[in-house]
Ligand binder design. Sequence first.
Ligand code: PXG
Length: 440
Amino acid sequence: MNMQTKPNDLAAFWMPFSANRQFKKAPRLFVGAERMHYITNDGRRVLDGTSGLWCVNAGHCRPKIVEAIKQQAETLDFAGMFQMGHTRAFEAANRLISIAPEGFDHVFFTNSGSESVETALKMAIAYHRAKGNGTKVRLIGRERGYHGVNFGGMSVGGIGPNRKMFGTLVAGVDHLRHTHDLSRNAFVRGEPEHGVELADDLERLVALHDASTIAAVIVEPVACSTGVLIPPKGYLKRLEAICRKHDILLIADEVITAFGRLGRPFASDYFGISPDLIATAKAITNGTIPMGAVFVKAHIHDAFMNGPEWMIDFFHGYTYSGHPMACAAAIGTLDTFEDEGLLTRVNELAPYWEERVHDLKGLPHVIDIRNIGLIGAVEFEPDPAQSGKRAYDRFVKAFEEGLLVRQTGDIIALSPPLIISKDEIDQLFDTFAKVLKTSN
Ligand code: PXG
C-alpha cells in the first residue's frame, strides 16, 4: 500500500464543517483503510464506527468496487451526458431501479446528497407547474432536519447554526416541528411510542398557507445528522396520508438511510411509506466516488414529457451527472451488496446491536439512548457552560482509544459498516463504554 506517513502542511486546506484552528494544532489523520478499519498516519488501526460519514456501508476498499473503478478509468474516463450518453449510466440506473421501492422507475444522477435534495425540490415545483398547478411552490421541511448545504436544502433544513450566517435563504419555506421528545420517549428501543400527532403539523401549515400553495414536504425518515431522531410509531404514514389528501409531494431524504442501513434497501420500505421522490447519495458508491441519485416515480417523470420531443424536458443537471467512474463504482457497490446480502444483513445484527447500545444506560451523563437498524445514538446531559463539549471530548477520546464515532451537539452517533461482525460490535461498545466511564 502506498502510505504517506508525513502529513503535508495543513494550512492550505480549509476543512469543511470543522474547527480548523483546533484541528490543525492536534490533527487526526488517516492514510489507509481496509474493511472495518482506518489506519492513522502513526500506524494505528481505528475501528470505523460511523461508516466514514454514513457512506461506507460495505466496508473499506472492497475488491469489486476497486476493480470496477480501475477498469472504468482505463476504458472511458469521462463522457458528458447532456444530449449524449454512455452505456454505464443506463446500466447503473437500471440496477438501481431493480432494488428501488415499488413504483420507482427512473433515476436522475447528481454528485452528492445536497445536489440530490436540490434536484428533488426543483422537480417538485416544476412538476406541479407542468401539471398546471403553478401556484404550488412552497416547500415544507422540518425543524432539526438536515438536507445538505445548498440554498434549497439549507432552507428546508432546520439546524440553526447551518442557516443563521447565510441571509434570507429561499423564500416560501416553512417547517414542521421536530419529533424529539425526551420527556416521553427517553431510552425507548426502536421507534418511540409518543408523537404521531406531530405529523398533524402539516394540517396546520395547510390551514395557514393553503394546499394550493404547497409543492412538497421533505423529511429524513430518520433524522441522522441532527443526532438520530427516530420517527414516532405511525408518524411517517400519517404524514404521507396528509400529503396525499392535499396533493403535496412527499420527498424522502434517504441520503443516509438508503442502501441497507435499516435492514431494507430503503427506509421507505422499512416504514411502509411510498414517497413521490427519494433523494440518495453516500452509500450508492460505498463512498468511493461522489454520486447521488434521485429516484422518481412515473407520474412525476411523465409530467415532464409533454412538450415537443426535440425539446429538453427538464432544465437541470450537472456536468458530472452520471459520471462514468461514479456509475462503475455504483455497479461495483451493488454487486458487493448483492454478493454479501448487505441490503438486508442488518436484520440479523439489529437485535444484538440494540442490546449492546442500551447497555450504556447508567454511564455518566447519559440522558438518552436511541437505536434503529444499525444506527445508535447516545445523548449526554449538556454542560451548561459549554454546549457540545461533552460529546466532543468523548469523540476525541474514542479516537485515541481506536474507535471512530461521530459527534453532533451533545450526541454521539454510531453507524458502522454493515459488514460488522458480532465480535466487532462487542469491541465497539467495550471501547465506547470505557471512554464514557473515564470521561468527565
Ligand atoms: N441529506 C441528508 C439526510 C444527509 O444526511 C445530505 C443530505 C447532504 O449530503 P452531501 O453529500 O451533500 O454531504 C446529508 C449529508 C453526520 C454527517 O455526521 C451527515 C451528512 C454529511 C456529513 C456528516 O451526521 N449528511
